[in-house]
Design a protein around this ligand. Structure first.
Ligand code: ATP
Length: 444
């Protein structure tokens, strides 16, 4: 049974332990924008590093890119975002709440007398849906006129398309090949919320895979499988993951086939990664709008074509939420409740806590030495404040997979105990071997 208070507990834990804070909190906060604290930034970096490694470093056929957030405004005309990146916006004239026109809670057609506001319950108070563009608009240079309009990118993908020929030529790749990018995106969402699930500034990890037309369906299936496996390998519970195929009325303007990977959040099944067959839509449009040929020439057959694109688009923040929700548990150990973030060790912000059992008999000095030695290999944390039980609990909440304790026996035989966060099993390891031991466990 899902815990209905889980999101509240998670928001509070995230703040207390320094994972995630509300933006500009001392000014009352900025709506649906979040800042990552000391533990949060480590978690997010680890997630991105893992994605980058599997996409770019472990493959011969994918290259990395880091395109700028600001792009020529014609890019967004070509991509269809200026005309089509809109959501229907509905206001309640009585309670002043604002909804997306497709909000499932709205009964009846907004704008008609029968339609009922899901918040105040009034009938006939909802306005007709107005289309609202989700792109943030700003100006480049000192003059604020139409010619100087620039947008904060609403997706990173376009930076990849406009660089596709540059990367192709510089890397000497041949089709099929891909370009991967991690970066910020901005959407002026009408109804953001659910913590970091839907925000106005977020990060995406996107990969665009360029293939020969006709081979797109095979590659689509390949990527769909690879992405699901990747999430399972991250330790996410497989029973909480599923695919959702977009029906024809859900498909984006550019897509031929689309599947979401969904997670069962406390607020229901929701998408956190999309796999899309974008066909030759984007490159064809950029060729048309830029006047620059974007064809691929097959070096053997001399055949020319605009490649099809299979996209995998994953939200870093949304995945961070999946990971936190999935990892959170409360359990009773020896009559006491403990909160544990059972994060996969590879993405845990801190890999090990180092503790002297008591603050005397030279134990702090030995523990410090072990800590200083380990920190050159791994992110570790030294703590000598409070009872050993409390120090373990603090690391359990932070998701730290291992605890290293220096005790009386350490002073005699140079061994320490290594405590496993999940099984609570303790092993004695020689101090010289601790670094190697942790690295082995982290790799496993
Ligand atoms: P939704 O229907 O939830 O608005 P979408 O279908 O518009 O999402 P895509 O455009 O396919 O989403 O974006 C790909 C991924 O980017 C999403 O799966 C999600 O992980 C992430 N993402 C999109 N919008 C947001 C947002 N406002 N906040 C956080 N992450 C987002």
């Amino acid at each position: 049974m899902a815990d209905p208070t889980l999101m509240d507990k998670l928001v509070s834990l995230a703040k207390r332990r320094g994972f995630i804070f509300q933006s500009s909190e001392i000014y009352g906060g900025l709506g649906s924008v979040w800042d990552y604290g000391p533990l949060g930034v480590e978690l997010k970096n680890n997630i991105k590093e893992r994605w980058w490694r599997s996409m770019v470093h472990e493959r011969d056929d994918i290259e990395g890119l880091d395109a700028a957030i600001l792009m020529h405004s014609k890019v967004w005309e070509a991509s269809g975002h200026v005309s089509g990146f809109t959501d229907p916006l509905v206001d309640c004239k009585v309670c002043k709440n604002r909804f997306r026109g497709d909000d499932e809670r709205i009964k009846g057609q907004p704008g008609t007398p029968e339609a009922q506001c899901p918040i105040c319950g009034n009938r006939g108070s909802l306005t007709e849906p107005r289309m609202f563009n989700l792109m943030f608009k700003t100006f480049m240079g000192p003059v604020e006129d139409e010619a100087s309009v620039v947008y904060l990118r609403p997706e990173t993908a376009q930076g990849i398309y406009v660089n596709y020929l540059n990367v192709l030529q510089a890397s000497r790749q041949k089709i099929p090949f891909g370009i991967a990018q991690v970066g910020k995106a901005f959407r002026n969402e009408i109804t953001p919320g659910n913590f970091i699930f839907r925000t106005r500034e977020f990060e995406q990890m996107e990969m665009q895979y360029f293939v020969k037309p006709g081979e797109d369906e095979r590659w689509f299936e390949e990527w769909r499988g690879l992405r699901m496996t990747w999430h399972c390998d991250l330790g996410i519970k497989p029973e909480k993951l599923r695919f959702h195929q977009h029906a024809s009325d859900e498909l984006a303007h550019y897509a031929k086939v689309a599947y979401d990977i969904e997670y069962e959040f406390p607020f229901g099944w929701q998408e956190f990664e999309g796999i899309h067959n974008r066909t030759d839509f984007d490159l064809t449009r950029h060729q048309e709008y830029s006047g620059k040929k974007l064809e691929y020439v097959d070096t053997v057959s001399r055949e020319r074509f605009i490649p099809y694109v299979i996209e995998t688009s994953l939200g870093t923040d949304r995945l961070a939420l999946v990971v936190l929700v999935d990892a959170y548990r409360e359990e009773t150990v020896e009559g006491e409740t403990r909160v544990v973030l059972g994060l996969a060790p590879t993405i845990a912000p801190i890999k090990a806590g180092v503790f002297p059992l008591v603050k005397k008999d030279g134990m702090p000095e030995v523990a410090r030495r072990i800590h200083d030695d380990l920190r050159r290999r791994l992110p570790v944390f030294y703590d000598d404040g409070g009872s050993i039980g409390r120090r373990y609990r603090r690391q359990d909440e932070a998701g730290t997979p291992f605890g290293i304790t220096v005790d009386g026996q350490t002073l005699e035989d140079q061994t320490v105990t290594v405590r496993d966060r999940d099984t609570l099993a303790q092993e004695r390891i020689h101090t010289d071997q601790v670094g190697r031991y942790l690295e082995d466990r982290l790799r496993a």
